[in-house]
Ligand binder design. Sequence first.
Ligand SMILES: NC(=O)c1ccc[n+]([C@@H]2O[C@H](COP(=O)([O-])OP(=O)(O)OC[C@H]3O[C@@H](n4cnc5c(N)ncnc54)[C@H](OP(=O)(O)O)[C@@H]3O)[C@@H](O)[C@H]2O)c1
Length: 391
Amino acid sequence: MHRGVAVLAGRRNRLFGCAHKEPATGVPLMGHETQAQTMKIDRSTPVLVTGANGYVASWVVKRLLDGGATVHAAVRAPDDAARTEHLHRLAHGAPGKLRLFRADLLDAGSYASAMSECGVVFHTASPFVTRVKDPQRELIDPALLGTRNVLEEASRTDSVQRVVVTSSCAAIYSDAIDCARAPGGKLTEAIWNTTASLDYQPYSYSKTLAEREAWRLAEAQSRWRLVVVNPSLVIGPALQKRPSSESFNIVRQLADGTMKQGAPRFALGVVDVRDLADAHLAAAYLPDAEGRHIISAHDTDILELGRALLREFGDRYPLPRRALPKWLLWLVGPLVKGGLPRRIIARNVDVPWHADHGKSVRALGMHYRPLQESMVDMFSRMIDDGMLPKR
Ligand SMILES: NC(=O)c1ccc[n+]([C@@H]2O[C@H](COP(=O)([O-])OP(=O)(O)OC[C@H]3O[C@@H](n4cnc5c(N)ncnc54)[C@H](OP(=O)(O)O)[C@@H]3O)[C@@H](O)[C@H]2O)c1
């Protein structure tokens, strides 16, 4: 038996602190077996997922439904079929149950009915966009006030025992160059982003403020435990047909010829959305899970993401094959519409990116799939769903 399951079987009641109407029943979740994937889901209390229709959250919802959970899915527009149709499809035939609730991060108290009776809260809702006109209104307010709104509701809801917050590696660093300043040259859970601001990398700033607020609220009470996942850039197939997450813009640019002459060696980490969903479940259901967790499979860069697609799609799409020189990017980057500011180029291109994901392996049982599998599955799904032209 997996250590995680054995631990869970013996100590589950301590986590949920309630009598069970029926024994928790587990479903091995798929693919290669990891501690996270053999997780048993407690079916006795429903769970809340905020922003349930999003790219990341939809996979969390799928894992929960496949494991037999009752999922309270909080979305802004439950009646908008285009945004929720995939959630109904996931529930169809799954052992779990889906209930949709209307809630908005900026409406105080709007998560109360969705959270009622829930044992676990997965707080994933937060805008992931990088091109904004008004960072305070478009990023900071929904991330920070939204986290406050959801977690204060958890403190008022007696059934809640655990809150899993989807933070980001962006709450740890702003630029790849920050890795060089980290002990041993690697980002760890001990590090906080101190360089992002309203004017510089405001998305990273929004995630930093939101996660700090989550820890402040967790420490102000003693019933529920906060467990945080800090993913790097998420890749892999979407469950919805028109994902709005920023993750898809990079792949679109790899496919549409924007980087035909070369791609920047813009350093970053990546993780598959399916592995990230497993991390969320492990963070929720492993009794000993605590603190922050870097969830990142590969230390890589934009050119390598493109190269991972070459074998499968290189003859049909204008994928990048070589690196764009940094000096050239530095010269033209700021002049191109939607291009990169020089400060970002200087601090991220041709600079190594390293993160230590050891805690996620040891504590959550993470097992990360290969980069090529994630990229090929994502690209194929984008073609099938009409996000990329068929060739
Ligand atoms: N994708 C990545 O590479 C990545 C990496 C690290 C961390 N993350 C984190 O993962 C989480 C999910 O991101 P994602 O990539 O899945 O992006 P996504 O598909 O755009 O999901 C964002 C979700 O947040 C919801 N949301 C935004 N503003 C809201 C508001 N005012 N009230 C209620 N809901 C609101 C969106 O709802 P609507 O559909 O109604 O807009 C959507 O469901 C975010 O916390 C993000 O910071 C993502």
